[in-house]
Ligand binder design. Sequence first.
Ligand code: DOR
Ligand code: ZN
Ligand code: ZN
Length: 448
Amino acid sequence: MIVDLTLNNAKAYIDNEIVDCSIAINEGKFFKIGKEASMPKAETKMNLRKLLVLPGLIDAHVHLRDEEKAYKEDFYSGTAAAAAGGITTVLDMPNNTPVTMSVEALRRRMKIAERKILVNVGFYSEFPENIQEAEEIIKEGAVAFKLFMAEQIGGLNIDDDHTLLEAFKTVSKLKVPVAVHAEDRTTLKKAEDKLKRENHNDIEAFLKAHSEKAEVIAVRRLLRLAAQTSVHIHFCHISTKNGLKTIVDRKRSGMKITCETTAHHLFLSVDELRRIGTLALTMPPIREKHHIAALWNGIEKGWIDILASDHAPHTLKEKKANSVWDVKVGVPGLETTLPLLLTEVKRGRLSITDIVRLMSEKPAEIFGLKGRGCLKNGYNADFIAVDFKRKYNIDASNFYSKTKYSPFDGWNVEGKPVKTFVHGQLIMDEGEIVDKAGSGEIIRRVKL
Ligand code: DOR
Ligand code: ZN
Ligand code: ZN
């Protein structure tokens, strides 16, 4: 038999070890991993010259935008950014215009995406107003629900416990996770109104409003409601010491909950926020050093399940509004997350095993992405080749994302994804996109 592709001279991450091997790929799947002499004949052969081969990263928290927000990012620019950053699958958030919260909206989004995506894309849906429609949305292919607790975005009244409880009960039967943005709307609004009345419109005011308390109150409330059902709650971008502690305490009781943090919450502190200004403004915001230490401790202890970019592109103009309350929150992250993490491997704070667990294996497990996140026979051949020795400065002006700024601009990093393969197809080579739009796959949940 003649397979599509063999890759020789790889150093690949297989079963928690880095091994010298060759990899054969056929019809978009890993066919054989082993010694070069044992490889089948192949149409194409590639010499990886000892590059480190890892499963492609799965970024479970990405705002790809498009449709009426295509001026910020679209399916092509966003997935090109993912490919450049070593990410082969992204999960798209639903706070779009229009909001993804119906079968029609989801179908339309998938149709638009199909022709434009370079990497695989799965879709979140917000909750529909009528919770009975949740099942149809999952049947249409959404991988999970997203619930914004910081402001009213979806169809459920987030101030009403009973409504949330009913939604959790329905979703627990559908066996998909609910990813939550845990900041309490009432707490935020109260603080924000007071600060606005007193004419406080700067970053300090934003930090006051988006307090640790706002995160903890939302986490507690969600845990209290979720505990009455068997729903799987996934906490997005946990940013505070006590937010994390509240989750970890409940994890110990055996509740089905998982959590995530982001590179910006791990690598940046309020010092950088103050220096960089509103360009680095996110929700939840980046925090003081003791929170960062708690997050790193959470990674080390295995309490934090996954890392994600929360890639949230906006135009430069939107980031520079006069009042902090008018600034669009969010930073790009698809092209910076992996290089930042690889640099920490060099510094000894993370291992390759950590990166693969946090950004490939666990996201695949949490979001039910079967056959992904691992270099294994029969799995989808979504993988990357990393040059572990490459030193360079992050240059946001070179991003594929439409967002050409980053709080990490100019940072010196070590370790770069130099090749990205999706379904065995080379789509990024040395920073260049080499395949055409449409080479990614729309990931639908396995049939109910
Ligand atoms: O920083 C953020 N940006 N936090 C959010 O919750 C929304 C996101 C966005 O869509 O821009
Ligand atoms: Zn969020
Ligand atoms: Zn987000």
